[in-house]
Design a protein around this ligand. Structure first.
Ligand code: LLP
Length: 418
């Protein structure tokens, strides 16, 4: 069970919304920092343990800086994300570049910045050589286990997924890297998304530990860092149970002792790239009810739309919704909660039991701290909204609303001859 609370009282939220307008995402920075520190604490048995926070989950400089100060690095999948991580002050050795279908420009810039390259394909060794003349001292390969693992709907079945080096290719990648002068070898995988079964993550650790052995046997190369990727799930539904970093870490530690320590393969540093498990539960989309409509169904029309949160429309994902000030009222009405896009899947909830809702009510859509604002887009000319962060001494604005001027900035008012 997970409780669905909101960090501000309904009076405080109402006053804030009246002053600053709606909709907006608000993140509990205090809870995010605690969560980050608890992950580091749980894995402190692994010397140098690090979580490269997946920037794609919540790409805001202020959040990245807060996480860096708590002890995290950053995992980036694009140039823009690399720049954000740098703007947040994160040093290059704490930045992982887990890109795929990587362009020459991205490789050039990532190499210039000196971040850790996590290569998604065998052929990327040649790309880096062509662009840089040599490989960096540290290199990571992303592994795709194919039929050995199952994956899930969001990340895809590994055999069908475009990511990573196959089992048959892996040892040769390391061999080539060594011949080309690489000194430190990392191994990465990402086979789960929003996984709530702790044992699935433990199995990922087992898979990587056994690869460390296999690669050593086959090539004599010692892997010095394993990256278990992101994908640790969060309890979107109140009846779900979240994963405890402590219990997960304990199981991984036992396996490490057995499979790495006892075989003399260590030390191997453990790392993750979790985004969702760090910020997801501590973000909220606050939106005001503009309409209560009675058609074949009853609809609640919000001032937020899919531009603010795509997950329900895109994956049919569940996000819990509460009505500020009516947390204890009986959920005796059934509504579709919608946005304003000309898309019938622009719905935050379908046939959801909620208390009776009136125009002007403030709805809180929970668990939007990861893959929320970041997935927004501008279809229908809808603009993305502001982000706020709660800290000990108050609430800070960390992104303003997009404006019409932002929206048309890239458009030429008169055609330019190409
Ligand atoms: N590392 C890599 C290489 C990834 O591809 C991802 C997510 C992560 C880390 C972070 O995963 P997390 O710990 O945040 O689950 N938009 C989807 C999720 C897409 C996941 C893609 N990769 C959603 O809204 O659920």
């Amino acid at each position: 069970m997970s409780e669905k609370n909101f960090p501000l009282s309904s009076e405080k939220l109402r006053a804030f919304a009246e002053k600053h307008g709606t909709p907006f995402h608000i993140y509990d920075g205090i809870a995010i920092e605690d969560r980050a520190k608890s992950m580091l604490d749980a894995f402190s048995w692994s010397a140098g343990f690090i979580n490269y926070f997946a920037v794609k989950a919540l790409p805001n400089i202020n959040i990245l800086r807060l996480l860096y100060r708590a002890g995290f690095g950053a995992d980036c999948s694009s140039l823009a994300e690399l720049y954000l991580a740098k703007e947040a002050g994160i040093p290059s050795e704490k930045i992982m570049f887990s890109s795929n279908d990587t362009s020459d420009d991205e490789f050039r810039e990532a190499i210039r910045m000196g971040v850790i390259l996590n290569l998604d394909d065998e052929s990327y060794i040649d790309d880096v050589l062509r662009l840089n003349g040599e490989l960096p001292e540290t290199i990571s390969f992303r592994y795709n286990p194919g039929r050995d693992r199952t994956g899930n709907a969001i990340i895809g079945n590994p055999v069908e997924a475009k990511y990573g080096v196959t089992h048959a290719q892996l040892a040769n990648c390391y061999k080539r890297a060594k011949e080309l002068g690489v000194k430190r070898f990392f191994l990465h995988t990402m086979v789960a998304s929003n996984e709530l079964n702790e044992d699935y993550i433990v199995e990922t650790a087992r898979m990587l530990f056994s690869l460390v052995d296999e690669i050593y046997q086959e090539t004599g190369i010692r892997i010095s860092q394993l990256d278990l990727g992101g994908g640790i799930g969060i309890p979107y539904r109140p009846e779900d149970n979240g994963i405890s970093f402590y219990s997960l870490s304990e199981k991984i530690r036992k396996l490490y002792e057995e499979m790495i320590d006892k075989k003399g393969l260590g030390p191997v540093r453990i790392s993750f790239e979790c985004g969702r498990a760090i910020t997801g539960p501590f973000g909220y989309l606050v939106s005001k009810v503009q309409h209560v409509e009675h058609k074949y169904r009853d609809y609640i029309g919000l001032d937020a739309c899919m531009a603010d949160l795509m997950r329900p429309g895109m994956y049919g994902a569940y996000h819990h919704i509460t009505v500020s000030g009516k947390e204890h009222a009986e959920a005796n009405h059934v509504y579709d909660v919608t946005g304003s896009l000309c898309e019938n899947n622009d719905k935050f909830a379908i046939q959801r039991a909620l208390p009776e809702i009136e125009r002007g009510d403030l709805l809180i859509i929970h668990d939007t701290g990861a893959h929320g604002h970041s997935m927004g887009f501008n279809y229908n000319g809808r603009l993305r909204h502001a982000e706020y962060m709660i800290l000990e001494d108050g609430i800070y604005k960390i992104r303003r609303d997009e404006s019409y001027e932002d929206y048309i900035r890239t458009m030429l008012k008169e055609p330019e001859k190409a």
